[in-house]
Design a protein around this ligand. Structure first.
Ligand SMILES: Cc1cc2nc3c(=O)[nH]c(=O)nc-3n(C[C@H](O)[C@H](O)[C@H](O)COP(=O)(O)OP(=O)(O)OC[C@H]3O[C@@H](n4cnc5c(N)ncnc54)[C@H](O)[C@@H]3O)c2cc1C
Length: 376
């Protein structure tokens, strides 16, 4: 039975980092916005994520995704200041850079190639041979095949970023409804005019689907093909007052991030066959911890804090879906950010806000549109 009925200008389904970043930019632009979250804000993929702003370490070719990532990374220092001022919450931006360590000759060649095109694209990327690397990092895996140092790839602490976005949006007038799942869309002549929850109807001029790994399932209700699916990632936190290195160390299948609160984050598996099961399991965590201790032996003495697992919103080509939905008035998507949703949250919020306030988006959205599926 429907208990209450709300009206809002813009409704965002999903209160992860993407939904909250959009809420912030829309609220800043003076738009009345409501966020609907089935659980608690940021409790899903966002909570499990490492928080790397890996615009260079994660990208293997110069393409629109690389450009989008570089632009998003550049927004973080100012965003940090804005959110800190509005909410008093610091996203804990950590700017020591990332070492991407080569594990064999083929990996070395691929990283040297990456150094070359990224430098050509105007980004900083410095090669360290094994001996120099040892001087910088000390106690690491031996021997390495060198490493690419990316001084501008930063990191944040996800729970803090999420809190800062949500608290700042609230201060600007956004409304958040937690423990409130969208059950179905409300339609009028084929246009989306809101959603139903178990006990309410929320009418909205437009609805933005930002439900992470669940977005494909929800879109399916409309017969809409939105190929976004769960890719499970497991990781864990260690306690430390003084992390063994100030740098993020990243290699095949394993990365280590010292956090500004003194903890060390170790990630991450990538599993496509677990469906929506987001429980951590012993086999994955055992494999990951042995890789981490091999990479940085002193980690082995640190006390274990928290296992984490989350469902990345995967997409077939690894690119997010951003923008309107052809043929369905009133519906927008911002999802499928896969391994880089935290990195891309800043630019996603900005682009969707530009689109919804009648501005020309500052990045060409065509490569990230739903219509790209028709050309593939
Ligand atoms: C182990 C791991 C490591 C990662 N490391 C990084 C990294 O270093 N850097 C990086 O940039 N990214 C990283 N990621 C990826 C990043 O976490 C995700 O891309 C990002 O969190 C996606 O944000 P989201 O808001 O789309 O999804 P989510 O955080 O999953 O949020 C979606 C929200 O929608 C809600 N929802 C779903 N269905 C409904 C419904 N019917 N009604 C209402 N609400 C609903 C969910 O409860 C959820 O809170 C990592 C992910 C994992 C798992």
């Amino acid at each position: 039975m429907i208990g209450t009925s709300y009206q809002t200008d813009t409704l965002i389904v999903g209160g992860g980092v993407i939904g909250c970043a959009i809420a912030y930019e829309l609220a800043k632009a003076g738009v009345q916005v409501t966020v609907l979250e089935k659980d608690t804000l940021g409790s899903q993929s966002t909570r499990a994520g490492a928080g790397m702003l890996g615009a260079q370490v994660e990208m293997t070719k110069p393409d629109p995704m690389f450009d989008l990532s570089i632009q998003s990374r550049a927004l973080f220092p100012k965003l940090r200041e804005e959110l800190l001022e509005l909410s008093g919450i610091d996203m804990e931006l950590h700017t020591s850079g990332i070492f991407r360590i080569a594990v064999d000759e083929a990996d070395r060649a691929a990283l040297l190639d990456r150094q070359s095109w990224q430098t050509e694209a105007g980004q900083r990327a410095v090669w360290f041979e094994d001996e120099e690397l040892r001087g910088e990092l000390g106690d690491i895996l031996s021997p390495t095949y060198g490493a690419l140092y990316l001084p501008d790839d930063h990191q944040v602490r996800n729970p803090q970023l999420l809190l800062a976005l949500a608290a700042s949006s609230k201060r600007l007038g956004a409304r958040f409804l937690e423990h409130s799942a969208m059950v179905c869309f409300l339609q009028d002549n084929g246009a989306i005019v809101g959603v139903k929850t178990v006990d309410s109807e929320i009418r909205a001029d437009r609805v933005i689907l930002a439900a992470g790994a669940w977005s494909g399932l929800i879109a399916n209700q409309l017969g809409l093909e939105l190929p976004v699916f769960p890719v499970k990632g497991q990781s864990f936190l260690l306690d430390s007052y003084s992390p063994p290195t100030p740098f993020t160390i990243y290699t095949h299948g394993c990365y280590i991030l010292p956090k500004r609160n003194g903890q060390v984050y170790v990630g991450a598996t990538e599993e496509t066959r677990s469906g929506f099961d987001r429980r951590p399991n012993l086999r994955s965590l055992a494999t990951l911890s042995s890789q981490a201790v091999q990479l940085l032996p002193s980690l082995g003495d640190l006390p274990f804090s928290t296992p984490l697992a989350g469902l990345r919103p995967g997409s077939l080509d690894g690119l997010p879906f951003l923008g309107s939905v052809p043929g369905i008035a009133g519906l927008y998507v911002a999802t499928g950010h896969f391994r880089n949703g935290v990195l891309l949250s800043a630019i996603t919020g900005r682009l969707i806000a530009e689109l919804l306030t009648g501005k020309t988006p500052s990045v060409d959205l065509e490569p990230f549109s739903l219509s790209r599926l028709q050309h593939s």
